[in-house]
Every structure is written in structure tokens, then in C-alpha cells.
Ligand binder design. Structure first.
Ligand SMILES: Nc1ncnc2c1ncn2[C@@H]1O[C@H](COP(=O)(O)OP(=O)(O)OP(=O)(O)O)[C@@H](O)[C@H]1O
Length: 567
């Protein structure tokens, strides 16, 4: 056994000491099926039909082999050509039926599988969208993408194709073992001798295969994470001259993925010949016993040949089952990673029966708000922004200003204290109506890849004329069909802000929060934004987070945050 353990260690994937993406918690197959089955439920009828077709295929194969026995005993041994024709017709008929069954089985499996994947991906994506931006930013996006693609596909394989294969393998066992017993029950019993060693080998290799599969799925996440990070930060990488370092990092993760892949292949590759040997042993035993049965007249030549054919075909389901094992492990590993995503609870949820606020008057209040990330960010902040007033919120970097903005739109909820809109605790309002009434202009003015017009209309039910009017009011003199490039990179910082401001103008929310609207702009560009910002803030309750003295001076009141408290 020591030798076996050493062999196991040599077959397993190498350990990873710098885990870029942590392994997801292990799950049981039953738990996974229970968790994802509801998504497959709507297709269960089609899916059952597919399973029936899959189970019928081995029956056709069993009859085909039986016909072969009849050909040997009825045509070849007596050399009677006349007996061939009806058998040939039956064979052709069976082949046709087999082809139809096989097509139906494949097509239905794909039909159901694709729809299931669609539903599952939608479900996971919707869940991701319910998480607050900070929680998503903590995850490596490349890894999340790999979970949404490869890992989801693995679950589909488990729930649908793998199950169909299992049913088919079971049906083959049933029909073929039945045929063996019909031909000769003594030989059939003898051939069962190989089952215990086969079972033992499958278990032993199965455990190893599972470890390799988990490592493979995890590594596919780390490769995605490294790629995404390096590509998203190309400018940083080039200015810091760290191309070689990033390439080395990718290489290291890729080598890890390669190692895991090789470990999987080593295990599967060694499993196959071990099975072959066990099978060969069984076949030789049957040949010896069969020759004896032949000489004693217990079995015809056709019977013996058919017996051997059934036997070799019977080992196929066992081999299929081992491949199935592999698929199940791959799927379990994928499912674990998807379930870990689904099990990340959103920190902000909508209360049952939350109130829908149509249009607020626009009074935003913080009452004694405390908030702590891993360190305290706000300690008892009370602040009121009345309709029509503009409050500038200033303070040193890290004072907690952006946290106030996140609390106002419920990207976060306070640990203590409350946030109110028009006197309603914002936790009593629907998230949709809160965010419709409180417009937040984010610090870096993120844009979607499209035209200026697409961005101004994004989330707003706006006509082309509305878009033009908003752009004119904000003073952006680029045509609406100008492409903004990925993340708005084709626009200048000032132009990007103006696009975001035009969008906010169309949103027409009674409360407006501006997070550093001029950050990163040169003084002239910042000054040029004061007019459009005034236009945007007119008649609204505005909270303007800014370091810019000139901008702060334009507000009705200036409030200073210092170390999480109002100074
Ligand atoms: N997602 C987060 N996880 C952990 N800590 C955070 C997170 N976001 C902010 N913090 C911390 O909370 C504190 C307040 O951050 P906040 O972003 O509100 O400050 P700020 O006043 O807006 O700063 P700046 O002017 O630099 O934008 C800081 O110490 C910051 O490091």
C-alpha cells in the first residue's frame, strides 16, 4: 500500500503556494443537484424523453449482436446464403432505428443543455448584479468570468449530459448482462469476477481525479484573473516597465494550469490500461471456459462469439462510467465555484413590502451614521441637504466622504444611525425608487462602450432631441454619435464628466450627489465645469463632495469631514 500511496502522490497535481484565487468550499454532488435542479425543471419533459432515447440505444445494440450470432450459426456455419437476406434486412432496419435514436438523443441533450445554461448564467449574473460594487471589486474579474463560462458549462455537463450517459451505461449493463445470462448463465457468472477489481480501481483513481479536476477549475480562474488584470492595466504596466513581470506571472499561473491538466491526463491515462488489463484477464478466462463449453456442446460458435462481443461491449459502460466520473468531478469542481459566488450574500437587500417613492421632494438626511469597513470610516455623522440647497462636503483624503455617497444610494447600509429621504428611512424604500430619486455622479465618470448619445440615454427613457438638449445645457459640443471608446477612454476627463452630467440632467432626480466632479482635471477645465454643474444642481438638493475650494465656494454651505466626524 505504501507503493500505492507513493504512486498517488506522483499522480496528483502539484501544490500551489501562492493562491491567487482561493479554492471554493467542497460540495456534495447531491447538494449540487438539489441546488441547480429547479433551473432544469421547466425542461424536464424533453429531458426525460432524451433519457428514454439514450436508454433505448443499448437495446438496439444488444439486438444487433444477437443478429450477428444468428448470422454465424444460421449462415456461416451451415454456409447457407439464402438465410442471409432476412437477417440482412433486419440489420439494416436496426441500423436505421439506431441512427434515429442517436440523432434524437444528441439533439435533445443539446437543446436542454443550452437552455439550462442560459437560465443558469442569467441567474448567476442577476445575483452578481445584486452585490454592492465594493464586494465585486474585491473579486478578481477574470476569475468571475471564468466561473460564468467554463464552470457553468461543467454544471450543465453534470446535470444533463452526464446523467444521460449514466442512464445509457446503466441500460447497457442491463441489456448486455441479460443477454449474457440468456446465452450461458454459467459463463455469465464467471465473467462477473472482474467487477470487484474494476470497482476498486475506479474508486482509487476517482479520488485522485477529483483533486486534479478541482485544481484544473481553480487554475482556469487564476489564468483569467492574471490576463484580465494585466490587460485592464496596460498603461500602468507599460509605464512601470513591468511587462516581463506580468508575462512571468501569466507563465507561472499557466504552468500551474498545465500541471493540473497533465495530472488529470496522467490519472486518466493510467486508469485506461489498468482497466484494459483487468478486462483482458476476464476475456481470457471466458475464452478458456468458452472453449470448454463449446466442446461439451453447451454453446454454439455463434453463441460464444456473441458472448465475447457482449462482454467487450459490456466493459465499455464501465469505461464510460470512469469517464463519467471524470466529468462529475470536473462539474463538481465547477459547481463549487459557482455556488460560492451564489452564496455571497448582498450586503444590501430590499425589505419585503418596501415602499415605492414616485418623486421625492428631495430632502436627504444622515442621522448619527456610523460605518466601519475593516476600520472605522464614519463615526456619528449627521447631515441634512434640503431641497434646492447645495452643500459642499470637503475633508482630507480618507475622511469618509465617498462613504457618505455610497450610503445615500444604499451601496452600503450604516452600522448604526439612519439615512432618510423625505423623512423615509431609505431601507424602507425600493432600491429602484431610491436610486431613481438620488442621482450619484461617480468620481471617475464611468461610461459604457458606445456613443455619447448612448451614454446620455443610458437608463433614461430619452429621445434624440432630449439627448441633444441635455448636451447643449451641459455645454458639450461633440455630436451625440461620437464614440466614447472603452470606459470612455476616447474622451478627455472633462468631456467624460460632461457626458455623465448630461445623463444626470435627463435622469432629473430631486437629489444629486457629485463625488469629486472636478478631480483629476486641470484648474482651467475644472473652472469650465462650474457653470454646467450649477445648471445641473439648480432646484435640486445637491451634495457636492470636493477638494476644489473654488467649487466649494459656489455652494450654499460647506461641511468638513475629519476622520469620520463632522468638524
Ligand atoms: N471598500 C473598502 N474596504 C475597506 N476600506 C475602505 C473601503 N472603501 C474605503 N475604505 C476606507 O474608509 C475610509 C474612508 O474612505 P472614503 O473613500 O469614504 O474616503 P474619502 O474621504 O472619500 O477619500 P478620498 O477623498 O480620497 O476619495 C478610508 O480610510 C478608506 O481607506
Amino acid at each position: 500500500m505504501r507503493l500505492l500511496d507513493r504512486l498517488s502522490a506522483a499522480l496528483a497535481p502539484a501544490a500551489d503556494d501562492d493562491q491567487l484565487v482561493a479554492a471554493a468550499p467542497a460540495q456534495r454532488v447531491r447538494g449540487i443537484v438539489r441546488r441547480f435542479w429547479p433551473l432544469a425543471r421547466p425542461f424536464r419533459r424533453k429531458w426525460m424523453a432524451g433519457l428514454v432515447l439514450a436508454a433505448l440505444l443499448p437495446a438496439v445494440e444488444a439486438v444487433e449482436i444477437w443478429l450477428f450470432k444468428s448470422v454465424v450459426d444460421g449462415v456461416l456455419v451451415p454456409a447457407d446464403l439464402g438465410a442471409l437476406w432476412p437477417l440482412a434486412a433486419a440489420m439494416a432496419g436496426l441500423a436505421l432505428i439506431g441512427a434515429l435514436l442517436s440523432f434524437g438523443d444528441e439533439y435533445i441533450a443539446t437543446w436542454v443543455g443550452e437552455r439550462f445554461t442560459l437560465a443558469m448564467r442569467g441567474r448567476v449574473f442577476a445575483h452578481l448584479q445584486s452585490l454592492e460594487p465594493d464586494a465585486l471589486d474585491k473579486r478578481r474579474h477574470g476569475d468571475v468570468l471564468s466561473r460564468l463560462t467554463g464552470d457553468l458549462h461543467a454544471i450543465e455537463t453534470l446535470l444533463l449530459s452526464a446523467l444521460a450517459e449514466a442512464v445509457q451505461a446503466a441500460a447497457r449493463l442491463f441489456f448486455f448482462v441479460g443477454a449474457l445470462f440468456l446465452l450461458s448463465w454459467k459463463l455469465a457468472l464467471a465473467s462477473l469476477i472482474v467487477i470487484p477489481p474494476l470497482y476498486w480501481a475506479a474508486r482509487r483513481f476517482g479520488r485522485l481525479a477529483r483533486r486534479a479536476a478541482r485544481e484544473r477549475r481553480r487554475r482556469s480562474g487564476t489564468v483569467g484573473a492574471v490576463l484580465e488584470e494585466a490587460l485592464a492595466n496596460t498603461a500602468l504596466v507599460q509605464t512601470a516597465n513591468t511587462q516581463a513581470r506580468e508575462q512571468a506571472r501569466l507563465r507561472r499561473e499557466n504552468e500551474g494550469a498545465m500541471e493540473a491538466e497533465l495530472a488529470g491526463t496522467r490519472i486518466a491515462g493510467l486508469f485506461a490500461p489498468v482497466i484494459d488489463l483487468i478486462e483482458l484477464f476476464g476475456a481470457i478466462l471466458i475464452l478458456a471456459l468458452g472453449t470448454w463449453a463449446l466442446s461439451s456442446g453447451d454453446l454454439t460458435l455463434g453463441g460464444l462469439l456473441a458472448f465475447l462481443a457482449y462482454l467487450s461491449q459490456l466493459y465499455r459502460p464501465l469505461r464510460d462510467l470512469s469517464r463519467l466520473y471524470q466529468q462529475v468531478f470536473e462539474a463538481t469542481a465547477g459547481a463549487e465555484r459557482v455556488m460560492e459566488l451564489l452564496d455571497t450574500p448582498p450586503s444590501v437587500t430590499e425589505r419585503q413590502g418596501a415602499r415605492e417613492l414616485s418623486r421625492a421632494r428631495g430632502r436627504l438626511e444622515l442621522r448619527g451614521v456610523h460605518f466601519t469597513y475593516d476600520r472605522q470610516a464614519l463615526a456619528g455623522v449627521s447631515l441634512t441637504v434640503a431641497p434646492g440647497r447645495c452643500i459642499a462636503l470637503t475633508g482630507a483624503s480618507g475622511a469618509g466622504k465617498s462613504t457618505v455617497a455610497k450610503l445615500a444610494v444604499r451601496f452600503l447600509d450604516p452600522d448604526a444611525g439612519t439615512v432618510h429621504l423625505d423623512g423615509h428611512d431609505v431601507r424602507d424604500l425600493t432600491l429602484e425608487s431610491l436610486r431613481r430619486n438620488v442621482a450619484l455622479l461617480l468620481q471617475d465618470a464611468p461610461l459604457i462602450d458606445g456613443t455619447i448619445g448612448d451614454n446620455v440615454a443610458y437608463g433614461n427613457d430619452a429621445s434624440e432631441a432630449d439627448v441633444r438638449r441635455a448636451l447643449a445645457a451641459i455645454g458639450l459640443d461633440l455630436p451625440p454619435d461620437t464614440p466614447v471608446g472603452q470606459r470612455g477612454r476616447a474622451l478627455s476627463g472633462g468631456q467624460r464628466r460632461r457626458v455623465a452630467m448630461a445623463r444626470a440632467l435627463l435622469q432629473d432626480a430631486p437629489v444629486l450627489i457629485l463625488d469629486e466632479p472636478t478631480a483629476g482635471l486641470d484648474p482651467e477645465a475644472a473652472r469650465a465645469l462650474v457653470g454646467p454643474l450649477r445648471e445641473l444642481a439648480r432646484d435640486r438638493a445637491t451634495l457636492m463632495i470636493t477638494h476644489d475650494r473654488e467649487l466649494a465656494a459656489a455652494a450654499d454651505e460647506v461641511v468638513v469631514l475629519d476622520g469620520g466626524r463632522l468638524a
